[in-house]
Design a binder for this molecule. Structure first.
Ligand code: IFM
Length: 472
């Protein structure tokens, strides 16, 4: 797959991606939209959480974010300039159903109508995520994802969003990273709603998966033949130094990856994870007859979010509670990152992405799409430019890693950079910049970074250079 192709614009040996490979960038509603009190939007758990002193760095909130709610035409224009073929974004449930159930807010739907129409007008495919963490607060007041009813409300919301936009949107994702919603939200509480209750977090994970399956069924029942349904998971690629860490890796892999992959694949919850977490109490009591069939409802592709590897070792005491977001985890030590890290202190290891994609090809057997991959670094705008060489290297190296997986036979259909724009990085507020486009939050001026131009060059060529980072 290595060819010299002066016509690519890359001007050197290149690794060519398959024809039709989908190139895009991703965002999420709460992270970019702003306008949190406009046009009838109801409060979400992130509005409530961000208002809690000390919950989000610097006291940052969902306003102004990137003011995308008002600036979407210019943002879509930018996407077109970058040559994006697809744009992955999420719908804010509280814009569409301010109370999470019942009454529908037409102005919320109208915003997504305008956005979708703008994208289609520029030939950019909309890839819609129904839930990227902004749960209507009214549902949290009744227990949120700890309450089974939320799964049913989610399916109703999915059906109505799909019914409204399904004439124009073919690609639908139910949940983004249910691991984060369940465990950062309810186990260690570093994300909204900020609950610390490890057993309940496992129950929340079940209700999220149930909501996913119910939503796919509800949408599929009315979908056109060309509609495609998916879920997006955040995977850990585990690294161990020697065999003494294998059991620690099994435990973390169980709670990070298999707890989601196994039931989605029709294998039920992994027995070892259920046993390892039993000391918290029997969370599987919330699993009712038929739930596992619902969760295993067939989907068409799986989204893969990858940022960094996870290094683990065995703790000296096998029963010591590890702490952190993994509910019930004992006897594991998380090791510090090695070598180069990003602004989030996440280790940079593109080979982890190749290994992960190969593993998923074996374990999932569905077409895969890299739905998020990216890096935060502290950027500076100088002379109207952002020369973000570290992010550019991260991007290009990870694209090579995706190419290596494809060359090894993995069915990867697309790549979405995280993120199109600098945005609200959850508990880190606006302190971490992941964008390939810089956003000045004071003036809302956008500046395409060097990494954004590099991605545009790769998209134009449908290829990445074999070596070096010398892209326009
Ligand atoms: O910003 C987040 C995104 O919302 C979900 N995946 C990880 C990104 C970086 O932390």
């Amino acid at each position: 797959m290595t060819t010299t192709d002066p016509g690519t614009g890359v001007g050197q040996d290149v690794l060519r991606f398959p024809p039709g490979f989908r190139w895009g960038a991703a965002t999420a509603s709460f992270q970019i939209e702003g306008a949190t009190a406009e046009d009838g939007r109801g409060p979400s758990i992130w509005d409530t959480f961000a208002a809690r002193p000390g919950a989000v760095r610097g006291g940052d909130t969902g306003d102004p974010a990137c003011d995308h709610y008002h600036r979407y035409p210019a943002d879509v224009e930018l996407m077109a300039e970058l040559g994006l073929g697809a744009y992955r974004f999420s719908l804010a449930w509280p814009r569409i159903q301010p109370l999470g159930a019942g009454r529908v807010e037409p102005r919320g739907l109208a915003f997504y109508d305008r956005l979708v129409d703008e994208l289609l007008g520029k030939g950019i495919e909309p890839v819609v995520t129904l839930y990227h963490w902004d749960l209507p607060q009214a549902l949290e007041d009744r227990g949120g994802w700890r309450d089974r009813d939320t799964a049913h409300r989610f399916a109703e919301y999915a059906a109505l969003a799909h019914e409204h936009l399904g004439d124009r949107v073919r690609s639908w994702t139910t949940l983004n990273e249910p691991w984060c919603s369940a465990f950062l939200g309810y186990a260690n509480g570093v994300h909204a709603p900020g609950v610390v209750d490890p057993k309940a977090s496992l129950e929340a994970a079940h209700h999220l998966l149930l909501g996913h399956g119910l939503a796919v069924r509800a949408m599929r029942a009315r979908a056109s033949a060309d509609h495609r349904f998916s879920i997006v998971l955040n995977f850990g690629a585990l690294d161990v130094d020697d065999d003494s860490a294998l059991d620690a890796a099994r435990k973390v892999d169980g709670l990070q990856n298999r707890l989601f992959l196994d039931p989605l694949g029709g294998r039920g919850y992994p027995r070892d994870v259920v046993e390892d977490t039993a000391w918290l109490g029997d969370w599987t009591a919330v699993v009712r007859d038929g739930d596992l069939d619902v969760i295993a409802t067939p989907i068409d592709w799986m989204g893969v979010n990858y940022y960094a590897p996870t290094r683990v070792a065995a703790a000296a005491d096998p029963l010591v509670v590890t702490g952190g977001p993994f509910p019930g985890l004992r006897g594991v030590e998380f090791l510090p990152p090695r070598g180069e890290v990003t602004g989030m202190n996440w280790e940079i290891d593109p080979t982890g992405l190749t290994r992960l994609l190969q593993r998923l090809q074996r374990d999932v057997g569905l077409p895969l799409v890299v739905t998020e991959n990216g890096s935060a670094f502290p950027d500076v705008v100088e002379g109207g430019e952002v020369v973000d060489l570290a992010r550019t290297r991260y991007l290009v190296d990870h694209l090579r890693a995706v190419h290596a997986a494809i060359a090894a036979g993995v069915d990867v259909r697309g790549y979405f950079a995280w993120s199109l724009l600098d945005n609200f990085e959850w508990a880190e507020g606006y302190s971490q910049r992941f964008g390939i486009v810089h956003v000045d939050y004071g003036t809302q001026v956008r500046t395409v970074k060097r990494s954004g131009r590099a991605l545009a060059a790769v998209i134009g060529a449908n290829a990445v250079p074999t070596t070096g980072y010398d892209l326009p």
